[in-house]
Design a protein around this ligand. Structure first.
Ligand SMILES: Nc1ncnc2c1ncn2[C@@H]1O[C@H](COP(=O)(O)OP(=O)(O)OP(=O)(O)O)[C@@H](O)[C@H]1O
Length: 813
């Protein structure tokens, strides 16, 4: 039935005119009449005519009709007269006392129906208007849902604040995108599988986020009374304990499950389009639950207030780390600073982790009371010669390190690291590792014993200063193996080893080698394999980062290559030849050294090492005298004949590097005495050591057995060496635990304490036996902990106990 337009709609207030008569003039007594009518709650034609609005073309296009009727809050009980208004497209009768909606059956064109806050108990008790799209029946007294197959055009359905205990009958609402079932008695989600829902609300307290329309949207602070029918009854609301039955709602974008008893986010994994989730007032206690929605790249808003998890320290940082796309957490904007801090805390880039590790050991070293160090260094700025074999776990570097130290025992000794892992079968204390407890390891860190540490596979590994010094006292270079993180940290120290990358390029043979060891779980093997690319990428992106790359598919071949490289570095052949020549023409022997005997030849090599090493030794006072058979000759380290072979393992520092080291040390010193806020905040970026690539060339040009793909991944380019250190993406995920070398809180506290103590700190020239580290030389950081002592005679086999002062009386912290 269409209605005619009133003569002059413009003079009528909105909704003031219908086919029932002329609009009432203000003060005409209409309002009083309405009040009387409203008392018995029966809608009359006059009332209808005064509440119609939205005059538009009728369906035929020939006449105009009012499409909208709105009767909010009028105490209406009987709206049966509306059967005559079949043209209506929008009917709003909220906040009345209506029990019967059967008149809707006569409105075939109805699109929007709002009958919220009434006393309706009959769920959809009317014939379906074909086009009905939005229905709000919230705050009524319905308890049971029924089949809504006939309402196939429904898009938005608000059934909040009723008494439903089960979700059913919606199966065929194939256009339903918004469903509000807030504040019902639902304990299990079901029957939603087939729906194209994008918005689902199932909380106790309805948070509608713009659902249906502003007039019907309670706010989070909504404290409206319960529907009359529910007054005096216990109202427990939805009681979901788990998120189930949502797996197939692939289109879901907004989900509100607040105020339930949910403990886990499991069940949300498949809902990849979610962008807003409200889980306030639930029982979620573990931040790791967020992992279930970690891959939801569209997720922008999450509410977890009122969950036990919120009590946890660093709750926010942890959530921000796990859900890096969030922009709003608990209604507070996630800041860029938070995002950066969270990544730095939970998955620091390797470069940062290395910087922290280095800073840790540097600071702890400097914090030690002044002790006598039985050092062999000629001066604090001279690093020990070292060789580092690096590569993924189980690639064979440990075997190669041992073998090299055995075969070139005149040059190298194995640098035994400390670890908190237990010994494998056949491993010996002090040979493969020093096996120590976690507490011992931590104690060593705090005592400033380590040069670098890493956490790998849940265990700590560390290279101690003593390990290097013990080898140095033998007049040898320290050869160690370690993971990439260790290399990064070591590169920040004053040590300047040669770094050889040993890398498996045939994954299958690497995996079979790992499994043949019988030590690793599949997950550990997977992690180890994934790290091959980390090494390869580092090598690709930072030419010169490694001094040499050797594939380790065949360990024997790899060893031969390693030997060749060492011969190159140490100029072994050259020296042997020289000595051969010398032995044939004794008169050519520089300085007249007698090297005719085979003993002499060995001694000569030793001499080379010793003299090479002399630059690392203390104030060498040896003078060259003629050697006699059976008598240990003495060397003049300055003689060109014995110029350092081991020197090749170290590189000279450029003035820029020296300046950088000095700056770094200055910052550390200032941080310790509290003058500057932090060390690394001020530390200028340091260039990585660049290294000659000739060794790599050697390998590649010799046509090694490296597959093209492998070569592509491991070989360095011919370009100039890189000048910046790697900032490759963190490998921490590949590790089973994070590298967290320094308890920054502890350190911060310690620094504070030190700051407070600094006035009492010993000063140079005071009665204290040694100088204040902060005021001593400008050499590299490690120089502050090294003593300048007379050299330890070559060949000495018993390492001095660190910290025990020799008789010299020389002391320097
Ligand atoms: N001080 C250190 N710094 C960094 N990495 C280290 C250190 N000490 C040992 N590592 C490395 O930690 C990893 C784990 O060492 P572990 O000895 O437990 O492994 P593995 O299974 O025996 O393998 P591998 O034969 O490579 O040593 C190895 O790659 C090892 O080289």
């Amino acid at each position: 039935m269409e209605q005619f337009p009133p003569p002059s709609p413009s003079c009528c207030p909105p909704g003031s005119r219908g086919d029932a008569g002329v609009a009432a003039e203000p003060g005409s007594g209409e309002s009083q009449g309405n009040t009387e009518m409203e008392k018995d709650g029966v809608v009359t034609a006059e009332m209808v005519s005064s509440c119609l609005s939205s005059l538009e073309h009728g369906v035929t296009g020939l006449k105009h009709t009012y499409h909208c009727l709105s009767f909010p809050n009028r105490n209406l009980k009987d709206i049966s007269i509306l059967c005559n208004y079949g043209h209506l497209q929008k009917l709003e009768v909220p906040q009345n006392e209506i029990k019967d909606l059967s008149c809707v059956s006569h409105m075939p064109l109805l699109v929007i129906l709002d009958a919220s806050r009434n006393q309706i108990s009959d769920f959809f008790g009317f014939q379906p208007p074909q086009n009905l799209k939005e229905v709000n029946l919230s705050h009524n007294q319905m308890k049971k849902m029924k089949d809504l197959s006939a309402f196939c055009c429904l898009r938005k359905l608000d059934l909040g604040y009723n008494g439903f205990s089960e979700i059913c009958g919606l199966k065929h609402c194939c256009m339903l995108t918004h469903l509000n079932l807030a504040h019902n008695k639902i304990s299990r989600i079901s029957g939603l599988d087939t729906l194209p829902l994008t918005h689902l609300f199932l909380p106790i307290t309805a948070l509608t986020w713009g659902f249906v329309g502003p007039a019907q949207s309670p706010t989070p602070t909504d404290s409206r009374p319960l529907p009359d029918g529910m007054l005096g009854k216990s109202w427990s609301g939805n009681q979901l304990k788990a998120i189930e039955g949502l797996e197939n709602l692939k289109s879901l974008q907004v989900l509100d499950l607040s105020s339930n008893r949910i403990t886990s986010l499991s069940g949300l994994q498949t809902l990849r389009l979610l962008c807003r989730i409200n889980l306030e007032e639930n029982l979620i206690s573990d931040v790791q639950e967020c992992k279930h929605i970690r891959d939801h790249y569209l997720l922008r808003e999450l509410k977890l207030r009122g969950n036990p998890v919120q009590e946890q320290p660093d709750y926010r940082l942890e959530v921000v780390f796990l859900l890096q796309h969030l922009t709003l957490l608990d209604e507070d904007t996630v800041t860029v600073e938070e995002k950066v801090s969270s990544v730095n805390k939970y998955d620091p880039p390797m470069e940062l982790a290395a910087a922290r590790d280095h800073m840790t050991h540097l600071v702890y070293q400097m914090m030690q009371p002044q002790v006598l160090y039985d050092s062999t260094l000629i001066c604090a700025a001279s690093p020990y010669p070292m060789l580092v074999l690096t590569g993924p776990q189980g690639c064979g570097k440990r075997e190669l390190t041992h073998r090299l130290c055995q075969d070139l025992g005149e040059y190298f000794a194995y640098g035994t690291c400390h670890t908190t892992r237990g010994p494998y079968y056949g491993e010996e204390e002090g040979v493969d590792y020093h096996f120590v407890s976690e507490e011992e390891f931590q104690h060593m860190i705090h005592m400033g014993k380590f040069i670098q540490t890493i956490q790998y596979g849940g265990h700590m590994y560390g290279l101690s200063r003593d390990a290097i010094e013990d080898v140095a006292r033998e007049g040898l270079a320290c050869c160690v193996h370690m993971e990439l993180e260790g290399v990064l940290s070591l590169k920040k120290s004053c040590f300047e080893p040669r770094y050889i990358l040993l890398i498996p390029t045939q994954v299958e043979s690497y995996i079979s080698r790992l499994s043949s060891r019988g030590l690793y779980t599949p997950a550990q093997m997977k992690a180890a394999v994934s790290r091959i690319e980390l090494y390869a990428a580092t090598n690709r992106q930072h030419p010169g980062f490694f001094d040499c790359v050797i594939p380790t598919n065949d360990l024997e071949e790899a060893y031969q290559k390693l030997r060749r490289v060492m011969n190159e570095y140490l100029k072994i052949k050259q020296q042997e030849e020289t000595e051969k020549n010398n032995s044939t023409s004794p008169n050519n022997t520089p300085s007249g050294m007698d090297l005719t005997s085979s003993d002499g030849q060995v001694q000569s090599i030793k001499a080379g090492i010793q003299s090479g090493f002399a630059s690392y030794q203390g104030e060498t006072t040896f003078t060259r005298v003629n050697g006699t058979p059976g008598h240990e000759p003495e060397w003049n380290p300055l003689s060109p004949q014995f110029r350092p072979n081991l020197d090749a393992l170290s590189r000279e520092k450029s003035p820029a590097e020296l300046a950088s080291i000095s700056r770094r040390e200055q910052h550390v010193r200032e941080a310790i005495v509290g003058k500057s806020p932090g060390v690394y905040s001020q530390r200028p970026p340091r260039s990585s050591q660049t290294a000659p690539l000739y060794c790599l060339d050697l390998i590649v040009h010799q046509g090694e057995d490296v597959s093209p793909s492998a070569l592509a991944s491991v070989s360095t380019s011919d370009e100039a060496p890189a000048s910046s250190p790697p900032s490759v993406p963190s490998s921490a995920r590949a590790l089973s635990a994070f590298v967290d070398p320094l308890d920054m809180c502890v350190l911060g506290h310690t620094l504070e304490v030190l700051k407070g103590q600094s006035p009492e700190a010993p000063h140079p020239g005071s009665d204290q036996p040694a100088a204040d580290t902060s005021a001593s030389s400008d050499g590299p950081p490690a120089s502050k902990v090294m003593a300048v002592l007379p050299p330890i005679p070559a060949g000495r086999k018993t390492p001095a106990v660190p910290g025990v002062a020799p008789d010299t009386g020389l002391a320097l912290q």
